[in-house]
Design a protein around this ligand. Structure first.
Ligand code: ACO
Length: 374
């Protein structure tokens, strides 16, 4: 067996299904392309936490409840101030800020989940401002979830188009089967630990470049290429050096990641309405060239576009700097993490796989040798 748990089923879930052969993502019964561009994030949150879409009354009550949980405690604010003084990365600041959400509150899985979903945008937005020497902006309970995040970042109320583009992104990435960070969260609560601990662990797992850290480098590649005519030479050189092309390949999808299509459409809509499509058109060219060269280099392994490629393009269009791409992913994915924690607590068993020992055996401890080595 190969390390990495490929093809191992470690949990049963009603939250999402990733069909890697068909390139289909189902979220609690709905395909991602049906749901993500049209639903509000709050509706998706209700769907994943309660198992069905809300009626209009439930939707409004739920949105109000979440909006009422946006403010951070003075202790959490203080941690973010310290993090900014130490020039921590936004993802590290988020990892430091999340545990503060448990301070002064009794552990309660649903309550912890709602608080974290509401507070992630405030943590990331507050920290982004502190990092650039700007004062945090007060929370606004009257804005929708996606609009509120943009407001926390910029201090300005976003247009409906900008809020919709971000909302489509957050919806698209809110859950995705048993990816590494979700698995990490489920493992943590499977010990009957609390949801906030699980979310802190999940943030740590998402930080790595093989998981949520890819969109920054994906955008860097597009900028490095600069003009469509350079795409072939730059990508060939990267592959010659044995580099991986960020934004391509996936552990489960053997065809194009369906989230890439949803975000490509959202990015096209957004860039077209913005008037300047040049970066979008360049990215399309980079994508087709990368796919052709990957097929040439790895004919036996289908490497296709993943969600991160168009994430980069969309978030860049919304004016987010690259260091906020992964924390923004976390703002969407915290919903899936929380829903998986609730499901694991309700239905799951302790997750405790085994390892295959490949080290030596029959060694004997020699006290003198041990002292000499020290
Ligand atoms: N560019 C070039 N070669 C690649 C790429 C890539 N993006 N992805 C995989 N390969 C190659 C590997 O070098 C390897 O080649 P080899 O067999 O000659 O050594 C082969 O394809 C298989 O690679 P694995 O690492 O075994 O495949 P795995 O299923 O573990 O990879 C992963 C999945 C980590 C996402 C990989 O495709 C990758 O590194 N992609 C770039 C990073 C990225 O975009 N990450 C975001 C993923 S989406 C998400 O997490 C939200």
């Amino acid at each position: 067996m190969r390390d990495g748990l490929d093809d191992v089923v470690a949990a049963s879930t009603r939250l999402s299904e990733v069909d890697g052969e068909a390139g289909r993502l189902t979220i609690a019964g709905y395909t991602v392309d049906d749901l993500a561009p049209r639903a509000t994030f709050e509706e998706l949150a209700y769907l994943l936490l309660h198992g069905r879409l809300p009626d209009p009354f439930e939707r409004d009550q739920f949105a109000q409840d979440v909006a009422g949980r946006r403010a951070l405690s003075p202790a959490a604010m203080s941690v973010l101030h310290y993090a900014a003084a130490a020039q921590a990365s936004p993802m590290d600041a988020l990892r430091m800020g999340v545990p503060m959400l448990s301070l002064g509150r009794a552990e309660n899985p649903l309550d912890d989940s709602l608080t974290a979903i509401a507070a992630f945008p405030t943590i990331v937005g507050t920290y982004a401002r502190l990092q650039h020497g700007e004062a945090p902006v007060p929370v606004r309970p009257d804005l929708g979830h996606a609009a509120h995040y943009l407001h926390q970042l910029s201090g300005e109320e976003p247009s409906a188009e900008r809020a919709r583009a971000l909302e489509t992104y957050l919806n698209t990435v809110c859950d995705h089967g048993l990816n590494a960070s979700t698995f990490a969260a489920r493992v943590i609560v499977s010990t009957r630990s609390d949801v906030i601990s699980a979310l802190a662990g999940a943030v740590g797992a998402l930080k790595g470049p093989l998981h949520g850290g890819a969109p920054g480098p994906a955008l860097d590649m597009v900028f490095e290429i600069g003009v469509p005519e350079r795409a072939e030479a730059v990508i060939r050189a990267k592959l010659d050096r044995g580099e991986r092309l960020m934004g391509f390949g996936h552990r489960v999808y053997r065809v194009r990641d369906p989230r890439a299509d949803v975000l490509a459409e959202a990015a096209e809509r957004f860039y077209s309405s913005d008037g300047d499509r040049s970066i979008y058109d360049l990215a399309r060219k980079v994508e087709t060239t990368a796919l052709r060269l990957l097929r040439e280099r790895k004919p036996d392994r289908r490497l296709d576009t993943n969600v991160e490629f168009y994430t980069a393009l969309l978030l860049h269009g919304l004016g987010l700097p690259t260091e906020l791409f992964t924390p923004t992913f976390a703002v969407g994915r915290v919903l899936g993490w929380a829903a998986h924690c609730l499901e694991q607590l309700r239905d799951g068993r302790l997750i405790r796989p085994q390892s295959a020992y490949i080290g030596p055996t029959n060694l004997h401890y020699d006290r003198q040798l041990a002292h000499a080595a020290a």
